[in-house]
Design a binder for this molecule. Structure first.
Ligand SMILES: *[C@@H]1O[C@H](CO)[C@@H](O)[C@H](O)[C@H]1NC(C)=O
Ligand SMILES: *[C@@H]1O[C@H](CO)[C@@H](O)[C@H](O)[C@H]1NC(C)=O
Ligand SMILES: *[C@@H]1O[C@H](CO)[C@@H](O)[C@H](O)[C@H]1NC(C)=O
Ligand SMILES: *[C@@H]1O[C@H](CO)[C@@H](O)[C@H](O)[C@H]1NC(C)=O
Ligand SMILES: *[C@@H]1O[C@H](CO)[C@@H](O)[C@H](O)[C@H]1NC(C)=O
Ligand SMILES: *[C@@H]1O[C@H](CO)[C@@H](O)[C@H](O)[C@H]1NC(C)=O
Ligand SMILES: *[C@@H]1O[C@H](CO)[C@@H](O)[C@H](O)[C@H]1NC(C)=O
Ligand SMILES: [Fe+2]
Length: 462
């Protein structure tokens, strides 16, 4: 009996001895993004502990045979929360050829991920592919996750663009909400490049969770960047530089603005080769949700028009004849008529053929804890279609002259609730002369009675 008791004590003691904090040198949160050059595919992953070994991606075009290796670089990321949790973020660049399927896994001698695969697009600018675009996806009420994960793996789209607001928030609970979010996007983002831009929910600790978790094509700053894919030039911009200027100053706004003008000028020099210009960012320039402060208020005005000494974005967009702006922030879908400076261009038989101003789409309904945004009773004059359904947008790029936009509803089992062709003639780009030759409906600015004060948007729900 005594012997038995002794043995029991020994067993309990040994268990206590080994119940130290678990270590994980296991790769997790594997996700792809486009590199600076079309011949690069970047993979980013995370380990909770230091792997103390050479990290790498092994990849190749044959199932399970990894012909190539690329060494990774590790960043030690200390979360800004009270826990000061340390995470190890690994990044590696694969060199890839067009029109191939690649199989890959990431890790080190301390542990390897599962095997994943991705496809590269054919070479050239006259190619067809699909982009999935949405914003505002959280780990509470993340309605679109299931359909996005399934469809990514069956090749329903070739690129994902998440226009800000992740997890709600990446930084929550010492960054563990970020861990869960990044694990939940792996079934999408390990197969299809996942391109991002920060929303107001990423501002915490000077954007550090966003900056560390994602790798975007500009290694010095992942808040704004551009890339070409086939006939489309994509431009990602931060609206949060405007939204949080009172905290971080205006220098980021000026830097981004200068970069944007240079980038769009270059894109226009190459326009006959890459005729479409698509911008994406978090906060909308136009919308008609019931929290009209966000759609009509000064902070929204600031991004669109600027104030004396601070440049807004709308004029630059129109000077450089961009075709699209995709936005989130409002938890709804709203497609605008072509609109510039409160002039609505919807008087022609097909306003989306040779549109004389940008086509803007709010697509922030992928699902988050604060449910739908709700609309003002009357649509805004620039609003063409509105829907509160959860879901996301699919933009099919056909060629130099034809694109097709669809809005997918999760509430209606994947049904398409809005669709339209966006077309333009070969080598046709709008300018002020062309725009002024078309009829438009001008919407005067409402008179404002209250004095607007800038709010601290970090506590805002959208
Ligand atoms: C990695 O090495 C450092 C010192 O070289 C050590 O303190 C740490 O415990 C090691 N980590 C792991 C997970 O082995
Ligand atoms: C964050 O970590 C600290 C230190 O471990 C802990 O005291 C705190 O409760 C954690 N916070 C949350 C929200 O988990
Ligand atoms: C683009 O490619 C399609 C075939 O995919 C071809 O029919 C078309 O002529 C090409 N257009 C140009 C301008 O090269
Ligand atoms: C925020 O981070 C950037 C670098 O990402 C740095 O340049 C800037 O000084 C930081 N701002 C504050 C207020 O910490
Ligand atoms: C990267 O961002 C920096 C600003 O942080 C900018 O000066 C630079 O031009 C960008 N580089 C590219 C390739 O876009
Ligand atoms: C165009 O927009 C104006 C202003 O919102 C609206 O009154 C009109 O009905 C619209 N026209 C069409 C064809 O939808
Ligand atoms: C562009 O794509 C559209 C839609 O598939 C097609 O009708 C059109 O003929 C294509 N144009 C060229 C030049 O291939
Ligand atoms: Fe937001």
């Amino acid at each position: 009996m005594e012997k038995l008791l002794g043995l029991l004590i020994l067993v309990v003691y040994n268990c206590l001895q080994t119940s130290a904090r678990p270590q994980s040198r296991q790769p997790e949160q594997v996700h792809l993004s486009l590199g600076v050059k079309p011949s690069q595919m970047v993979v980013t992953w995370l380990t909770q502990d230091d792997v103390n070994a050479t990290v790498m991606v092994e990849y190749g075009t044959q199932l399970g045979q990894y012909q190539y290796q690329a060494l990774g670089q590790t960043t030690v990321f200390v979360d800004g929360g009270a826990g000061q949790t340390v995470r190890y973020i690994h990044r590696a660049k694969m060199v890839v050829a067009p029109g191939q399927r690649y199989f890959y896994h990431v890790g080190s001698n301390a542990g390897w991920s599962n095997m994943f695969y991705f496809n590269t697009l054919p070479a050239g600018t006259n190619i067809s592919y699909k982009v999935c675009i949405f914003g505002d996806l959280g780990i509470v009420n993340g309605v679109s996750f299931g359909r996005l994960q399934r469809d990514a793996q069956r090749g329903a789209f070739d690129l994902v663009i998440h226009v800000g607001d992740f997890a709600y928030d990446l930084s929550a609970e010492n960054g563990t909400w970020g861990d869960q979010f990044m694990r939940q996007i792996e079934p999408i983002a390990a197969y299809v490049p996942y391109m991002v831009v920060a929303g107001n929910h990423e501002e915490t600790y000077n954007y550090s969770n966003y900056v560390n978790l994602f790798t975007m094509p500009n290694s010095s700053d992942n808040q704004y960047y551009s890339f070409d894919m086939g006939p489309v030039h994509f431009v990602a911009l931060s609206t949060e530089y405007y939204g949080f200027f009172y905290k971080y100053g205006l220098t980021p706004v000026f830097n981004q603005f200068k970069w944007l003008n240079d980038d769009l000028a270059k894109a226009n020099q190459n326009r006959d080769n890459v005729p479409w210009i698509l911008t994406y960012m978090h906060r909308p320039l136009y919308c008609s949700n019931e929290n009209s402060e966000e759609c009509m208020g000064l902070d929204n005005d600031l991004i669109r028009n600027g104030v004396p000494g601070v440049p807004g974005l709308e004029d630059t967009f129109n000077t450089h004849a961009i075709d699209f702006g995709f936005w989130g922030h409002e938890h709804s879908y709203e497609r605008m008529w072509p609109v510039y400076n409160r002039n609505v261009y919807n008087q022609s038989a097909d306003p989306y053929h040779n549109a004389p101003a940008p086509i803007y789409v709010v697509t922030g309904s992928a699902g988050c804890y604060s449910l739908h945004a709700g609309f003002d009773q009357d649509p805004a004059p620039w609003s063409a279609v509105r829907a509160l359904d959860y879901g996301y947008s699919i933009l099919t790029v056909y060629n130099y002259t034809h694109l097709y936009l669809q809005q997918i509803s999760d509430d209606k089992n994947g049904a398409v609730i809005d669709s339209l062709w966006i077309t333009k003639d070969r080598n046709h780009y709008y300018n002020a002369v062309y725009r002024n030759s078309l009829r438009s409906v001008h919407i005067p600015k409402p008179k404002r009675s209250e004095n607007h004060v800038f709010m601290d948007d970090s506590n805002e729900i959208h």
